[in-house]
Write a protein that binds this ligand. Sequence first.
Ligand SMILES: [Zn+2]
Length: 381
Amino acid sequence: MDKNKALEILQNLLKIQSVNDREAEVADYIKLLFDAYPAAQVTEVNYAPGRSNLVITIHGERPGKMLGLAGHMDVVSPGRIAAWRHPPFAGEMDQQNIYGRGASDMKGGLAALICVLLDFLANKRAFAGTIRLFATIGEETGNYGAAQLTQQGFADDLAALIVAEPSQMQVEFTHRGVIDYELNAKGKAAHSATPDSGNNAIDQLFCFYQAVTKLMATKTKIDPILGPLLHNVTQIVGGEQINTIPAQARLYGNIRTTPRYPNRDIMVELQSLVADLNQQPKNQLTLRFHYPERPLPGNPQAPFVQLFKQVASRALGQEVAVVGDGGATDASEFIRAAQKIPVVIFGPGNTSGHQVNEYLTINDYLAAMTIYQQVILHFLR
Ligand SMILES: [Zn+2]
């Protein structure tokens, strides 16, 4: 695709303020781009008002495998707008870079996938099998767009998946999962001079805190790529005033799981820990999980991973590393439908995502397009 057209598409995506919402506007724009090509099957999957996923399916000349391509349409908040050297939703550009919220994470990757598909359609490139693009909502706040598409069967026939999250032009084959939990303690208020007539909710939290710290310390298996399981209590809220025994207290914890410790096992252990603690007369604890995302297991030697490495190394003129990453992606949901498929996280972009002055180098953007195109043509030969 023409370089200017490719940059214009990314600029237009960056101008849409899809901050944890309004992905339907992004979906509408993408739909418009594919309007000229009846060979592209476009399905909009609505999640909530103003929030729609988009699935674009293109069949090759002959039957074959299905390759999935995924990118999310939401971006995180721009933070303090005055701190940006270029406005966050203007799509400004200079000789080297394009600037804006989502340039790296990940409208750059999404735009690169879109441009590759448009190029396939415009030039009638021959391939066997099916390419399916998933443009998702709500990745940053819980991957619920990918969850919805997976539930509705859109990922059932995948043979491999590329997630275009920014990977600093490295090939990621595995990543951590995440479990966020919320623990509520219900006590009874009382004057602090007569504490026995109340029930201190903060004491209950400490009781849990000690127990959970002990439990997590037993998780000593180390993933060779990702490292140990990580657990942190990240937020505590509670109490009413200094001379009142607190009736309510709440604690939030964040666990970064690895394939060594499947999410389900950890969640079951946490639940039984809380059940045990509730056997003590004063404890009234309730545990809730928020959008747990499973870790992505992977094999660095998988042919798809190696194909990606070869293609990327050739295109970039240097050996590209095969690595793991700490953050969860939409792949955590898509692999529920296709548990054994190889997944590669590869996308243009750097570590400027989620910060002010997010940017993407034009070189990375264009190189990613070349790499996607060649991987698709090889995989669906
Ligand atoms: Zn992202």
